[in-house]
Write a protein that binds this ligand. Structure first.
Ligand SMILES: Cc1cc2nc3c(=O)[nH]c(=O)nc-3n(C[C@H](O)[C@H](O)[C@H](O)COP(=O)(O)OP(=O)(O)OC[C@H]3O[C@@H](n4cnc5c(N)ncnc54)[C@H](O)[C@@H]3O)c2cc1C
Length: 369
């Protein structure tokens, strides 16, 4: 009998999951994505900074794989009827569902973000930012996480006459080693990026941001890089989710409430054996996708599904096209005093980004990078 597998989301985790599943015997695999495009999200700061990225239509990537692509937006999941309703009104029935809808910017409680800030979270938003950036004026990047650091450095490098400022509410680089922080500060100095630490933004206005102490920091553009949220579909469907709406899955990637539903990527909360939640990253999304598909097929064939095992290796941060920071970490993602910096690090990061794309073509490719 044919098993109908429907995959929701054709990003870093959903696309390889669909391809891998389609290699099995007696399955029909349908992948639903809202547009016919594989978005290299890890390069969206590059796109926003004006670089030309290669368009990668999902229909090209999936040609000859046996995966049926449906370009449509998922609006409802009915886990009791085992069906999915699409914006077009069409319905898809499944035996097994793979939930891989990713994340986006949203749910901001800071006034003015939705009205006045731009971001690099999705393709459309990066394109919008790209259209607004000019080589001059002032841009304020809010958020000292990896996305904020990558966006600020990319913009500063591509637009030397643009004054770039990064505002963060905590200590800059707090999750890096001493050497990592030192390199980051050096790079920011070299690129002329102004850093405002311990400065929480309480409002975004058309002409800049207002800090918690009331100071108005003027800016032509504000780029918001904090507060990623996930789609609400799993919550609305009554699937077990965590407090952020991420689908709760066990160590095989299976929903803790609905055994016919599996998940991978940013929209899913999976925990390591010690209880630590996996971070939202390609680095975790792709191995979980591979694992979930293997678990689905094992169970279908009457074999036991193995628990997911994962150890972190590094955090790869691009600092423009000519510099980077590879922060090595222990298996629990805690920084150790070993870093790679400069051009070699930029090359390393580029290799990792390319490898992540290779997984899209070769879904069983090793993903421990
Ligand atoms: C600027 C930036 C830089 C990053 N850099 C790194 C990095 O260096 N390293 C790293 O590991 N991670 C990085 N990340 C994070 C990484 O991109 C995500 O963790 C990864 O994309 C998650 O994969 P996913 O499959 O869960 O989601 P995605 O890749 O986002 O795919 C989700 C897909 O679902 C589709 N979708 C969503 N809702 C619907 C719907 N209702 N109907 C139909 N389709 C829908 C979306 O269009 C998308 O195609 C970065 C993210 C950003 C924004």
């Amino acid at each position: 009998m044919t098993t109908r597998i429907v995959v929701l989301g054709g990003g870093y985790s959903g696309q390889p999951a669909a391809r891998l599943a389609a290699r099995a015997k007696d399955v029909s695999v349908t992948l639903v994505n809202e547009r016919d495009l594989f978005v290299e999200r890890v390069r969206l700061h590059q796109l926003a900074a004006g670089e030309e990225l290669r368009e990668r239509p999902l229909s090209d990537l999936l040609a000859g794989t046996g995966v049926q692509l449906v370009v449509d937006r998922v609006v409802t999941i009915d886990p009791e009827a085992k069906s999915v309703v699409l914006a077009s009104g069409d319905t898809l029935s499944y035996d097994t569902l793979i939930y891989a809808l990713g994340s986006r910017m949203g749910g901001q409680t800071v006034p003015g973000v939705a009205e006045h800030a731009l971001t690099v979270a999705t393709h459309e938003e990066a394109v919008l930012l790209r259209a607004r950036i000019t080589d001059g004026g002032v841009v304020t990047v809010v958020g000292g996480g990896l996305t904020g650091i990558e966006a600020a450095t990319e913009l500063a490098e591509q637009y030397p006459a643009l004054k770039v400022r990064l505002v963060t509410d905590g200590v800059f680089g707090a999750r890096l080693s001493r050497k990592g922080r030192q390199h980051l500060h050096r790079t920011f100095d070299q690129l002329g990026i102004e850093l405002r630490e311990q400065a929480a933004v309480r409002e975004v206005r058309v002409d800049g941001v207002v800090l918690a102490d009331g100071e108005h920091v003027g800016s032509d553009l504000v780029v918001w890089t904090i507060g990623f949220t996930v789609p609400r579909l799993a919550t609305e469907a009554g699937l077990a989710v965590d407090e952020h709406g991420r689908l709760l899955v066990d160590d095989t990637g299976r929903s803790t409430s609905h055994p016919d539903v599996y998940g991978c990527g940013d929209a899913v909360a999976m925990h390591m054996s010690g209880g630590q939640e996996l971070r939202m990253a390609c680095a975790t999304a792709m191995p979980v996708a591979q694992h979930a598909v293997r678990a689905i097929l094992a169970r279908r064939d009457g074999r036991p599904a193995k628990p997911f095992r994962f150890r972190y290796v590094n955090q790869c941060i691009s600092l423009g096209r000519r510099d980077g920071l590879i922060q090595f970490v222990n298996r629990y993602d805690e920084p150790v005093e070993a870093v790679l910096t400069g051009r070699l690090a930029a090359l390393y990061k580029e290799t990792v980004v390319r490898s992540a794309f290779q997984v899209q073509r070769h879904p069983s490719f090793p993903t421990s990078f």
